[in-house]
Design a protein around this ligand. Sequence first.
Ligand code: SAM
Length: 278
Amino acid sequence: MMRAKRSLGQNFLVDRQTVARIIEAVSPEPTETIIEIGPGKGALTAPLVERAGRVIAIEFDRDLVPVLRARFGAHANFTLVEADALEVDVCQLVAPADKTRVVANLPYNISTAIIQHLLRQRRCITEMILMLQREVVWRMLAPPGSSERGYLSVLVEVFCTAEKLFDVAPGAFRPVPKVWSSVVRLRVRRESEVDSRAAETLLALASAGFMQRRKTMLNNLRQATGRIGARIEAAGGAAALLAAAGIDAQRRAESLALAEWRRLAQALDSSNYGSAQT
Ligand code: SAM
């Protein structure tokens, strides 16, 4: 029997009830294309292939390829892509469809990177149903003022509405992981709802603002480097920017609500624009 690879976050789902609950949450349609990231041995792939119009599975582990081909190769609606999901162009992959949903029991070590990668391709993704380490979901859903709130919370809030569906105990997997998991539904906001340029500024500010969690916004923004650092300087510096946005300089990033991040981004965009420094 093949050994699970810890480096690839391989904890395979073996509990049928959990599989059924995830599939019920996905509720695949016969007309749609679903992308599955990390199909593993196919626990979720099997019901997806039965019910969805088309399933495109992206698996990085070459040793799993023969297992998946043997199991699903005969299904005309199944495509296996042997690749690193972090490098795949999802929109290109789903063509001629222009919209897809993503289902994944994600390797924990790369879950934030994959979510970031997928959100960059949000123009063709309407929804993601993801199983993640429970703590990652806590961080994702953490409200302003919570010590769990971080860049991931702001990132997800900018582009999605998120809903935690249920927790999954370690015993549902083999090998049994040390941590609990949670299944979350991320509905990607429509393109018309998000101003991409403002979102880019906002996320660069959030990334700088959360750089050192114990520091104030003032100190973190003062120490921002690279392009965002230059932009803050061009806007008169961190103190002036925070004042322009009506945000107390002594606050910490975790206390800021999305509306305040938006105000900050707007203040920076309009100041940079005003001084032709964009
Ligand atoms: N979906 C299966 C299940 O529920 O039993 C497997 C889940 S397991 C937690 C994660 C899967 O993602 C493994 O099959 C692993 O090989 C795959 N994987 C890890 N890193 C990957 C990457 N960068 N791109 C695509 N697949 C990856």
